[in-house]
Write a protein that binds this ligand. Structure first.
Ligand code: ADP
Ligand code: GLC
Length: 475
């Protein structure tokens, strides 16, 4: 098997705040099927320290940004993990990036340390003799890994940076150069410098062999200022090395036949039972389409549009069950809506993986009105669960859902509803379309069935990653 080191800040089933974790956790099995052994390097946050006590030590760095760092190797649910235990950086109460909504002040060092260790493993290998041929960094948290490797002299390891969300760029003040062990002579626009400061994501984009992002449409969008957010010029300059590879979903984890009330396209009865159970759980009684939202509540996700479009949707018979957390103002606005429309709108603030499964199983439609969406996973869960996606036509949402316009319906290819631009009038229009399609039970059943037949697994995309890795193998 060929060998690749994946470096990230999140990985299912250990730690997750969003889709990054799903992708990092699903890739190893998908890549193994392509002949690539992938190990995942991750910080040992406080919640992970207990389980790794008995794992074996494979790497030690005596002075890792102010303390000792030890890498321990083990396996969890089939994923080969390398956990970087550095208590001075990761052993604290709170989330991976923040505590009570405030970012850790030393995030630059915390993730530079992860990247530093990744680069060293790439250059010198682990105590058990394992050394990768490719280093695959995810997002800004791993961004300095390809940079440290590049600065260490000639290398025989290929490098890839995957952009899951360009809005997070890993910005740091230039006064931190030395503290982050970055060479001052590399502080220029072709390398580390970014509008007078440092950005780990920019550094990775400038210095990696390949840049990937998580859908073809987002790769194209990133060349435009409104999506590239300052990095569009670099994306364009490196266009020959930029590739959009769509995420897949873990079809064993997201499987309607594995839910409490199992169902499939052939035997759909369980879905009706799941719908009834979901209505009971959310205290809803919805004559028309029952929609769900499972999302971070942020500006990116277009959640602020819901209060504008829901009243008409409800008047037309629709209803909404929402699970999410994030922006407190948005949380408040959504709870107000639920109070205004008892029985039709129900909101649970929080994070609950098991509940999200019951929601996809029981709902008729899933709403994803994002302003930008590098890939998006919930619309794909929707397809797989026969829960028709209603999406803004951006990024990966545009690449995975075929809008039910008359031509697509006539040709029998529609899998959902999409709208553009991401604003209240277009979203409201899409919801009207949802209500009318849902009332046409024959057409609706066809859309549902077609969605469930979509190949949303990892196979095709894993093959593309494998081809990409092969293209950067060095002798
Ligand atoms: P992003 O990574 O931008 O948040 P994605 O659609 O790629 O968006 O991935 C989000 C992931 O997080 C999905 O697996 C989704 O089901 C999950 N998720 C988001 N919010 C919640 C929540 N409140 N409870 C459970 N799962 C959630
Ligand atoms: C980011 C993006 C999301 C994508 C996920 C996994 O969080 O916002 O669109 O699906 O990464 O790649």
């Amino acid at each position: 098997m060929k060998r690749v080191l994946s470096v990230a800040s999140e990985c299912v089933p250990l730690v997750k705040t969003g889709g990054l974790a799903d992708v990092v956790g699903a890739l190893p099995a998908a890549m193994a099927a392509q002949g690539w052994e992938m190990r995942v390097l991750l910080p040992a946050y406080r919640s992970l320290r207990g389980p790794i006590r008995d794992w074996h030590e494979v790497f030690v760095e005596e002075d890792l940004f102010g303390g000792r760092g030890v890498v321990k190797a083990g396996r969890v649910e089939g994923v080969d993990l390398l956990l970087l235990d550095a208590p001075h950086l990761y052993d604290r109460e709170g989330g991976p990036y923040s505590s009570n909504g405030t970012d850790w002040p030393d995030n630059a060092q915390r993730f530079a340390a992860l990247s530093w260790v990744a680069a060293k493993i790439a250059r010198f290998g682990l105590g058990d003799g394992w050394r990768p041929q490719v280093l695959h960094a995810h997002d800004w948290q791993a961004g300095f890994a390809p940079a440290y490797l590049a600065f260490g002299g000639p290398r025989d390891v290929g490098t890839v940076i995957t952009i899951h969300n360009i809005a997070f760029q890993g910005w740091a003040d230039p006064s931190m150069l030395e503290g982050l062990r970055l060479p001052r002579h590399e502080f220029h626009p072709g390398s580390l410098e970014y509008y007078g400061g440092l950005s780990s994501l920019k550094a990775a984009m400038a210095l990696s062999d390949k840049i990937t992002t998580v859908s073809p449409s987002y790769a194209a969008e990133l060349m435009r200022p409104e999506f590239g957010l300052g990095l569009q010029g670099l994306i364009e300059a490196r266009a020959a090395d930029v590739v959009g590879i769509l995420n897949g979903v873990d079809v064993d984890v997201w499987d309607p036949e594995g839910e409490d009330m199992p169902y499939s396209a052939k035997k759909p009865k369980g879905k009706a039972q799941a719908r009834a159970a979901l209505c009971e759980e959310f205290e809803l009684d919805v004559p028309g389409p029952l929609a769900i939202v499972v999302s971070r509540l942020t500006d990116q996700k277009g959640m602020d549009l819901l209060p504008q479009v829901l009243p008409d949707f409800i008047a037309a018979g629709g209803g909404l069950a929402l699970l999410g957390s994030g922006d407190t103002a948005l949380e408040g606005a959504l709870l107000d809506l639920a109070a205004r429309y008892p029985g039709r709108v129900s909101v649970k603030i929080g994070y609950d993986e098991a509940l999200s499964h019951r929601m996809f199983a029981g709902a008729d439609a899933v709403l994803v009105p994002s302003r930008f969406e590098p890939c998006g996973l919930t619309q794909m869960y929707g397809l797989r669960y026969g829960t028709v996606p209603v999406v803004a036509a951006v990024g990966g949402l545009a690449d995975t859902v075929i809008h039910a316009n008359p031509a697509a319906l006539a040709q029998g290819v529609a899998t959902g509803i999409s709208f553009h631009p991401t604003d209240a009038p277009a979203f409201a229009d899409a919801l009207r379309r949802l209500v009318s399609l849902h009332s046409d039970s024959k057409t609706w059943a066809q859309i549902v069935k077609r969605g469930m037949a979509q190949p949303v697994g990892w196979e095709a995309s894993a093959a593309r990653y494998a081809a990409l890795y092969d293209s950067i193998l060095r002798p």
